[in-house]
Design a protein around this ligand. Structure first.
Ligand SMILES: CC(C)(COP(=O)(O)OP(=O)(O)OC[C@H]1O[C@@H](n2cnc3c(N)ncnc32)[C@H](O)[C@@H]1OP(=O)(O)O)[C@@H](O)C(=O)NCCC(=O)NCCS
Length: 193
């Protein structure tokens, strides 16, 4: 496993590739940061039952080695064009405002570009994500497989013009994988995270 790199001495966290042993801590963090509704998001339809794009799942660890942040990117496509879907991005509430979210974002974008991906899309708050270059300007032709507020469907080109040809319904393209988290009973059903 390649581990990284980015050490922020002033706040004492590191960004690393996510390890198998991080799954439980990551899922607990996402539950705390985003609440139970996170599994009902339209983006989740593009992630469910899939694995993240190879080499594009990252965690932030504090000085004690605990997972305090998480971000992953997923292979999707629209109109025959391959894209990456970013999310969820989450940072432990007690560690917010220290630059961990930004470090995770910049690291994820850099790695995606190094791997030759052409564009990243996400559903999120433009006031946060525009600092990394994301905007809704080039996502007008894309459709999520569920409800989405258009101004929250944001894109970032890693290769110029890549989003010009991406249009239509977004579909999952990731490798099929095992469940990514604990099995949770939901209203009499078993939901697999
Ligand atoms: C959003 C989140 C990842 C930011 O992580 P973080 O480590 O605190 O982020 P950073 O320290 O890099 O950046 C903090 C800055 O972002 C701003 N910010 C945080 N959330 C924001 C939002 N939704 N909209 C606009 N600005 C936001 C903060 O006000 C702060 O601004 P400042 O630098 O001017 O003080 C974190 O707050 C979180 O996990 N929230 C809950 C889950 C969530 O909403 N995830 C995003 C899903 S789209």
């Amino acid at each position: 496993m390649t581990s990284d790199l980015m050490i922020h001495n002033e706040t004492g966290f590191v960004i690393e590739d996510e390890a198998e042993c991080d799954v439980q801590a990551r899922e607990a963090l996402l539950d705390r940061a985003m609440g139970p509704g996170r599994r009902r998001k339209s983006s989740e339809k593009l992630r469910r039952g899939r694995l993240p794009s190879p080499g594009l799942a990252f965690v932030a660890r504090n000085g004690a080695g605990q997972v305090v942040g998480s971000v992953r990117l997923w292979d999707v496509a629209a109109g025959g064009e391959s894209l990456l879907l970013l999310g969820p991005l989450a940072v432990e509430a007690s560690s917010e405002g220290k630059g961990i979210g930004s470090a995770l974002m910049r690291h994820a974008i850099t790695r995606a570009k190094e791997q030759g991906h052409g564009a990243i899309i996400l559903v999120g708050d433009a006031p946060y994500y525009r600092r990394f270059g994301f905007s809704a300007d080039m996502t007008g032709g894309l459709m999520m497989p569920g409800p989405v507020e258009r101004h929250r469907l944001l894109g970032l080109e890693l290769a110029e013009g890549h989003l010009d040809d991406a249009s239509g319904l977004l579909v999952a393209k990731g490798r099929h994988g095992m469940r990514s988290g604990p099995i949770r009973p939901v209203a009499g059903m078993i939901q697999v995270a």
